[in-house]
Design a binder for this molecule. Structure first.
Ligand SMILES: Nc1ncnc2c1ncn2[C@@H]1O[C@H](COP(=O)(O)OP(=O)(O)O)[C@@H](O)[C@H]1O
Ligand SMILES: [Mg+2]
Length: 354
């Protein structure tokens, strides 16, 4: 549970020192005041990634040399991040620098639901793999290790494939990396398949509470290649200049009543599917940790019809423990949430109560 957030020069916050309540907080305010930026700072501290934007430097307030964010957790632990323009971002646990940015993942268990998550249903396989990889890396440090080793081996093999288009390359050079790819690739698939199976049943349950009619949401991990050893596909891979077999090409199918939501779902169905899926990840965290992670909901209430909105609020209020929700009008949050939430108004990079 987060008790405090401090920011300096993060997006449009020049400086912020904000206590956070243990339950629900609503950030209300007009457009472009800093609501998403506030959530993004919490997201950054829990994932080392920004919600939007490609480069970390985009978080630094225009004209400033760097930014910092620091969250204090119940019990006094601090998780902080610092970024100077042109330098690497750094993260700190209780003031001690973490060796790699990715090491901050999972320190503040967080589930964030924003418009960007629509890509999980509407986007490319890479969007869905990113979703799985982020989740699994935060949940299981050993996944992150397999993933990093796989990524490195893939880059090395792909570089060799390109080289082999120009001149002959000793097969032994390939074999070491291929062994690594097969070893870590099998582990990655094992983690992902297991997680997708459990998310599939968790999200089916949440979706039943969220959807307006009897609709079954399910997920299926999809291996796109037909297997086979990398040694055997090497010749073909050299011709194409990239590795065609492995978990870096897999996908997850999001199905509503057995058909792909990406192709056949209405906008409303797709949106509800994403929300159910993300709330299911909250349940997965809960199963693993025993407590609900921090829930961040960015602008998800305003675009839903009143029925779906009140269902979402009911699901959130019954399942989340600490949550921060943004909306233009606090009244968008249903009675279940509004009744117990603290309302903060965000205006031009400042936050006040009420
Ligand atoms: N690095 C930055 N420096 C200064 N302002 C920024 C930076 N990044 C975004 N902004 C601005 O901060 C304001 C708040 O953005 P945002 O948090 O998305 O608002 P909201 O969610 O309240 O609509 C916007 O005007 C945006 O253009
Ligand atoms: Mg916003």
């Amino acid at each position: 549970m987060i008790t405090h957030l401090r920011l300096s020069n993060f997006r449009n916050f020049e400086s912020l020192d904000q206590p956070l309540g243990p339950g629900f907080t609503i950030l209300a305010g007009e457009n472009a005041q800093g609501k998403t930026s506030f959530l993004e700072a919490l997201y950054w501290l829990s994932t080392a990634r920004l919600l939007r934007g490609q480069r970390d430097g985009e978080a630094v307030r225009h004209g400033a040399a760097g930014c910092t964010a620091e969250a204090t957790l119940e019990g006094g632990t601090t998780v902080a991040g610092a970024l100077e323009v042109g330098a690497r971002k750094k993260f700190f646990l209780n003031g001690a620098s973490l060796p790699r940015a990715a090491d901050v993942m999972g320190r503040i268990p967080t589930v964030c639901i924003s418009m960007f998550d629509l890509a999980i249903v509407q986007g490319d396989p890479s969007d869905r793999r990113l979703f799985l990889d982020m989740e699994l890396s935060a949940l299981y440090p050993s996944y992150l290790r397999h993933f990093a080793a796989y990524k490195r081996a893939l880059e090395q093999r792909n570089a060799l494939l390109k080289m082999a288009q120009e001149r002959s390359v000793d097969p032994l050079a390939f074999e070491g990396w291929e062994e690594q790819l097969e070893l870590h690739g099998a582990e990655i698939r094992r983690f992902r398949e297991e997680y997708v199976a459990s998310l599939s049943s968790l999200s089916a349950l949440v979706h039943q509470e969220m959807a307006s009619r009897e609709e079954v949401l399910s997920l299926r991990y999809f291996v796109r290649d037909s297997g086979g050893s990398l040694g055997l596909t090497r010749g073909l891979d050299i011709a194409r200049g990239s590795t065609q077999v492995g978990p870096h090409r897999d996908d997850v199918e999001v199905l509503i009543d057995g058909t792909e939501a990406r192709l056949f779902g209405s906008q409303g169905q797709q949106r509800t599917a994403v929300i159910s899926l993300k709330l299911a990840t909250m349940e997965a965290w809960k199963d693993l940790l025993g407590v609900a992670p921090l829930l961040l909901l960015d602008d998800m209430l305003s675009d839903l019809d009143p029925v779906r909105r009140s269902r979402l609020c009911a699901v959130v209020s019954s399942r989340a423990s600490q949550a921060v929700l943004t909306c233009t009008e606090a009244s968008a949050a249903g009675a279940e949430i509004l009744g117990v939430a603290e309302v903060l108004t965000v205006q031009n990079g400042t936050v006040r109560r009420g």
